[in-house]
Write a protein that binds this ligand. Structure first.
Ligand SMILES: [Zn+2]
Ligand SMILES: [Zn+2]
Length: 168
């Protein structure tokens, strides 16, 4: 979904969005997200602020994440508000010291078109927890035979029930 920034009035422009379940494509940078369980929807408000464009909004969806421990997918609800500031273009000549590298979000703006998909996608990735766990009690995979210890027990598993394993 591309938004033409040419026609944004000073007071801003608000719009709703909804992307289907199929919208999420596998991302090599964040392979813990297997996909979406349902559509992703929300709203954004786009407003010029000085030399920048403010994009604030809200999104909600249900993700399918891969568990860090047992590698099985599980559903995870996400609902978040966000606000980002984007620069329209890198400033040639004088370096604007107020701009950090993060401000030069060139992947989000091409010409005068704002790539809303990219912004939403980044917000989804940023919202992931440090560790994705299907449950706090997930027992993970057996380090020896690789079986899923939530579903089965193997003959080697008892040897690994040590405090060292508990910290992983
Ligand atoms: Zn798990
Ligand atoms: Zn085993």
């Amino acid at each position: 979904m591309k938004i033409d920034l040419t026609y944004i009035p000073p007071e801003g422009k608000k719009l709703d969005f909804e992307f289907s379940q199929e919208w999420w494509k596998p991302d090599l940078k964040e392979d813990r997200i297997v996909g979406l369980v349902g559509p992703i929807s929300g709203w954004v408000k786009i407003q010029p602020v000085g030399k920048k464009i403010s994009v604030e909004g809200s999104l909600s969806t249900r993700l399918r994440l891969r568990c860090d421990r047992c590698l099985e997918p599980y559903a995870w609800d996400l609902s978040k508000d966000f606000r980002v500031f984007l620069s329209l273009a890198p400033f040639a000549g004088e370096l604007d010291l107020e701009l950090s590298e993060d401000d030069l979000n060139l992947e989000f703006i091409h010409g005068n078109l704002l790539e809303l998909d990219q912004i939403i996608k980044e917000q989804v990735i940023l919202s992931l927890p440090m560790k994705t766990l299907c449950s706090g009690e997930c027992r993970g995979l057996c380090p020896t035979c690789g079986c899923n210890l939530n579903l089965t027990t193997c003959s080697c598993s008892s040897k690994f029930e040590t405090p060292l394993y508990q910290h992983q």
